[in-house]
Design a protein around this ligand. Sequence first.
Ligand code: RAM
Length: 351
Amino acid sequence: MIVTLVLLLGAVLILGGLGSCRRSSRVSPSAEPAERPDKIIIYFIPKNLGNPYFDAVSRGFYNAITQLGAENFQYLYKGPDTAEAASQIPYIEEALQNRADAVFIAANSNDALNDIFDRARRQGTRIYIINQDIPGSESHRDAAIMPVNFDTIGNSLMDQFGKIMNYEGQFAILSATDDAPDQNTWIDLIKQELADNPLYRRMKLIKVVYGDDQPEKSAAEAEALLARYGDLKGMIVPTAVGLPAAAAVIREKGLSGKIKITGLGLPSGMAEFLADGTCEGFQLWNPPYEGLVAVYLVWAEKRAGFIPAPGAVFSAGKLGEYTILPNGQILTLQTPMVYDGSNIGEYAAQF
Ligand code: RAM
């Protein structure tokens, strides 16, 4: 809660004129009526607060709101301190009491929120999954805003990791929470890539551990892997919290260059580990794009009668047009971006 307050007050300070922020400074769920009936009420519920990754997504929401006129929106970026589905429920409840137009949620489970999603949609609040989808529960959401096509991630991560590992050796995966829909999809794709592609026949995944998107737990899990598996040669860490935490452990133990590491992370958080050689390269996409596309989607609905159905096309301003795919997903980018020494400076300045 304190983190929520600090973040929201920070947003008010940075964005002074944003009328929408006034209501954001409330820190507990409540049911105040909307300031103006014609304002578009948007909630963004991340997996957890205190995760710089979701702050970067939220910046995209703010950018689009500023572009379209802050007076038109009430934007609330609120969520739990730990990445659990049950702890996201009070924030969805609050959105329903406030008659939100749309809830964008990085759900912490594939299916634990289905009932409340159904209730929201019956009330007329759109449920959009953001940053991932909820495999197997797609009928409980209106659409999903994806950072990239997830089918490309196993291939993309293994391609980079294979080269860094010289195509041999034992490795582990340090993930976020064990229930995370995105993480589990990527882990399955990595396993599939390992099984199907003969390039990786001399590489072996020996363990998957979970740092829960918390820096201390991620670091502790990385340390435990190094202590327990003497033949460990590398780690894939597909979380923006876990990747710098694990890289810091490798560096502290004097193992930079000996234990290879890659994954998904923020350029701003990883630049130092590229500079000192702990990490040769990693990947991500453009988190702010997700927030931008989200706001333009609701704007199209509320101001232009857009209906979010497969095949429908809407404009996201300077980012161009987006189509809702047959599976209900919207891809902000097609494939992950690869960061290395050649481009880290440019992107670290952005997110
Ligand atoms: C983490 C979260 C998030 C993921 C990014 C890359 O902080 O697990 O879901 O998309 O990293």
